[in-house]
Write a protein that binds this ligand. Sequence first.
Ligand code: AMP
Length: 280
Amino acid sequence: MQLVTTIAEARAALHTARAQSSGSLGLVPTMGALHAGHLSLARRARVECSIVAASLFVNPLQFAPGEDFDRYPRQLDADRTLFAEAGVDLLFAPAAAEMTPPGATTFVDAGELGSRLDGAARPGHFRGVATVVSKLFHIIQPGRAYFGQKDAVQIAVLRRLVSDLNFPVELVACPIVRDPDGLALSSRNAYLSAAERTHALALSRALTTMQTRLAAGETRAAALVAAGRAVVHAQPGIALEYLEAVDPASLLPVETVTPGTLVAIAARVGHTRLIDNFVA
Ligand code: AMP
């Protein structure tokens, strides 16, 4: 695996790789601190593409002042080994000044979608995501880009981005990877104390409860959401931010849960904000 840190090096390396292989190029964008969720994206890209590029960039544009940008886990050496083992050919790990040079005045606005659900709690977050993902698409020019279903709002925003701005990229949404007890893997799980980790299980428990009710025939969104909320509220140490059943493209609430409806949850456990979801 080749590691490059500048845009010029990335372009040169991909130029060479493309000259040697006519197949598709897959991109796996990450912020590092890799876990099995990230690696599932890389492995899938390895199976489906002839060239696999990954990016590792803790994007300052998607963190609001006061969020965890400064303490976000950074472990380039370990990540480098993990990406290589997963079969990544090229790792693009730019410094902040390379990707977000001071003085830039052009940004990609995610519009109304960017202010729903996580966007409501994190103003500006999806503008930062949409801007940096657009830059990565321009730099790497992938035919496919792999994202986790865990960040379902991000998927909705990026599907619109690709459609609205005519990027010739196929977005591939990959299933959520969980710990055996149900907790969705996240780089931010590293912030949780042992007690907080137990509290955090209420997110997946709420979703499982809703899935059980749904399987038993309850399709009214309000009833399902009430059942999920009750699970979270019964658990001390966790503050619910949202729990909603929404259309997966518009992110607007639905009254009836049908196949494809996105049921998404966000909650705070201590200082850590966690998200999870399922698609009905
Ligand atoms: P991040 O480094 O948090 O920006 O995540 C990079 C990519 O990995 C995103 O597309 C995430 O949705 C995806 N991802 C994060 N956690 C998981 C998980 N538990 N399962 C599957 N994909 C994930």
